[in-house]
Design a protein. Structure first.
Length: 660
């Protein structure tokens, strides 16, 4: 029997008796039919409803056209992005079949493909040897999550059209008549604002890059991009045509343009016919740029890597070590893939029959055979590339060994520094470290005094928040000699706790905390201590500020309560503002002034200042040119009082709120 069409939802049988609270019966079992599961739980199919998931809809549609091209049936794909939010993807392939499907009498194959999950022509190798849309849910999911989709198929000189809305056909397939110079599939769709929100919009620049990447991955296809003039930008022109016969080598040449190369040549090549099972294409360059590996399986990007990247790293590392043995370079024994791929830009494309991905969004490849396929393809090619140019092979070897030695040196220093810091700072009133070992997400609160430190230790999250109390005011490093700085225990404690070194010995990778938060009292003394600490970081660790790690906490000065309502004020002006706008009526208003962090109950300190969910932080940045900023810091914090006196005289006219 023919299953029910998704356009008609069958009525659920009525329960024999009303459900009782807390009961569990057949009436509690809900059956989702057709594409209802996709709309109910879109995250299971496209990873969520954010901007990345929105663009994944386009990826699913263009992947179908790419599969036609790779199979040898399409030579051209066109993409258009309109200001109305619609995307149109068309190809000159075979076109989706339109005849009645043998398993679903009375319904066209075109309808089945767009309305039934796991319906497609890619579950075996008869129609496609390799494909990116293996799961058979891609275009049906896009249909389910679009409020409007129109599909036109030109097949055997006849044009057909079918319209859908939110996964439901808006009528039968319609024959539009004869066409002589057209074939293939055209899909025009608009994402459903009920799923993605009214504000969700495609990015023309992102769509442009995704389209261009497909052309690099298969040299046998021409991709034509267009968008409405109102959407065109420098990053996404109104029209462009992409055709790259040299594939990934062209991609890599454009990617590293302007970068200083460690090795002059690009290691590139391919094995097998693109689109056939086991075909591999690669391009690798070593430069002083940021680098990174970009990988694809069956033209689908895999940003989280996977087994094919494992094969790439294995082949290159083994090849370099084998070359080292031939040249009797014993230093290469310490090499790891991390050393070889530091500052390495790599592009890898592999074609595998029936690939296995981690999740429907296909972000990571899990097919075990991909490791062997890539390793085998690259092994001999890399050996020949190294042997053909001993000079560039020697440069690469020396550079990789230098990276390995640097890695081992840093690891040793980090072990010594952390052990020393932990051993020295485990004293009463000193560092109370967090329990997690990783720097990512860890926070260090630098507070003034043991009293404030005690409150902060009770208020903190022990897993990710550390507390370092400082006794007294830190040395003003802007006017201090190196001898005074070396003799300061407070400065030594901070440097050891952070573990990253100072000035030219600063090492970002060794920083033990992601955020360094200065937390002082909301008064003049607290502001002075915060200024001294910021001066220290500006002079001794400017790269820590550049890295976005330094913050100021904003503890409140007042707690204002009226009945169940409680608010906190940063200062007197904020208090007056809250009293005028938030607290009305005749009931009593209680105002508590905190004398300092040490006097604040730890629950209030956690709520207002330390909890990431409710606190406010100010990030410290160097906004001016460094030379000008340094002049200002030296003038205000240096050891020349006459410079500060001059500054006061120059700016006295701007003081408007001075109490005498």
């Amino acid at each position: 029997m023919e299953p029910e069409r998704p356009r008609a939802k069958p009525e659920a049988p009525k329960p024999a008796a009303p459900a009782v609270a807390g009961s569990y019966s057949a009436a509690d079992i809900e059956v989702l039919e057709g594409l209802e599961p996709v709309r109910r739980r879109p995250g299971m199919y496209i990873g969520g409803t954010d901007i990345n998931a929105l663009h994944h809809l386009f990826a699913e549609v263009i992947d179908n056209s790419m599969d036609e091209a790779i199979a040898g049936h399409a030579s051209r794909i066109e993409v258009h992005f309109g200001e109305d939010g619609y995307i149109t993807v068309s190809d000159n392939g075979r076109g989706i079949p339109v005849e009645k499907h043998p398993k679903f009498p009375g319904r066209s194959t075109l309808e089945i493909v767009h309305t039934v999950l796991h319906a497609g022509g890619k579950f075996d190798s008869k129609a496609y040897e390799t494909s990116g849309g293996l799961h058979g849910v891609g275009v049906s999911v896009v249909n389910a999550l679009s409020d409007d989709m129109v599909v036109e198929v030109a097949r055997e000189q006849q044009l057909y059209r079918m319209t859908f809305s939110r996964g439901i056909p808006q009528g039968d397939i319609v024959a539009l008549g004869r066409v002589n110079n057209r074939r293939g599939t055209t899909t025009r769709f608009h994402p459903d604002p009920q799923i993605f929100g009214e504000a969700a919009k495609f990015s023309a620049a992102r769509l442009f890059k995704m389209t261009r990447a497909k052309a690099y991955l298969f040299g046998g296809v021409e991709l034509r991009w267009s968008c409405d003039e109102s959407l065109a930008t420098e990053e996404a022109p109104a029209k462009a045509v992409f055709h790259y016969p040299d594939g990934l080598r062209d991609f890599m040449t454009a990617r590293i343009e302007g970068e200083t190369r460690i090795v002059d040549d690009i290691f590139s090549g391919s094995t097998g016919k693109a689109g056939s099972h086991g075909a591999v294409e690669w391009a690798i360059a070593w430069t002083l740029g940021d680098g990174g590996v970009s990988s694809y399986c069956n033209t689908v990007p895999t940003p989280d890597g996977g087994t094919h990247e494992t094969g790439l790293r294995t082949a290159v590392l083994r090849g370099l070590k084998n070359y080292a043995e031939l040249t009797k370079n014993k230093a290469a024994a310490i090499l790891t893939a991390e050393d070889v791929f530091a500052h390495c830009s790599a592009m890898l494309s592999v074609f595998v029959r029936e690939p296995e991905f981690v999740g429907q969004t296909k972000d990571k490849l899990a097919s075990g055979e991909a490791t062997r396929i890539v390793d085998t393809a690259l092994r001999d090619a890399f050996d020949h590339w190294l042997a053909a140019s001993p000079n560039q092979a020697g440069k690469l070897m020396d550079w990789a060994v230098e990276r390995a030695e640097e890695r081992l040196r840093r690891r040793k220093e980090k072990e010594i520094d952390r052990a020393s810091a932990t051993r020295k700072l485990r004293l009463p009133g000193k560092l109370a470290d967090c329990t997690q070992g990783a720097a990512q997400g860890a926070e260090l609160f630098i507070v003034e005094g043991d009293s404030a430190g005690g409150s902060a230790k009770q208020a903190r999250n022990r897993a990710s928040q550390a507390v370092l109390p400082l006794r007294g005011k830190i040395l003003n490093v802007a006017g201090a000699s190196r001898e005074k700085m070396a003799a300061s225990q407070l400065i030594a404690d901070m440097i050891q706790a952070l573990g990253c070194g100072t000035r030219d010995r600063y090492r970002e990778d060794d920083l033990r905390y992601d955020k360094i938060i200065i937390m002082t009292d909301a008064d003049v003394d607290g502001a002075h201590i915060a200024s001294l600490l910021m001066t220290f970081f500006f002079q001794e660790m400017p790269k820590l500020i550049d890295g976005g790690h330094l913050f100021l906490a904003l503890p409140p000065l007042y707690r204002i309560s009226q009945g169940p309502k409680t608010l906190y004020a940063r200062d007197d002006a904020h208090k007056d503002e809250l009293m005028a706008t938030e607290f009305t009526g005749k009931s009593k208003v209680d105002i508590t002034r905190f004398k300092g962090l040490g006097e604040m109950p730890y629950a209030h300190l956690r709520e207002t200042t330390m909890s990431p969910k409710s606190r406010t932080l100010l990030q410290v940045k160097i906004l001016d040119e460094l030379d000008a900023t340094k002049i200002s810091v030296d003038r205000l914090m240096g050891n020349r009082p006459e410079a500060r006196f001059d500054f006061i005289q120059e700016n006295a006219a701007f003081v408007t709120d001075l109490d005498i």
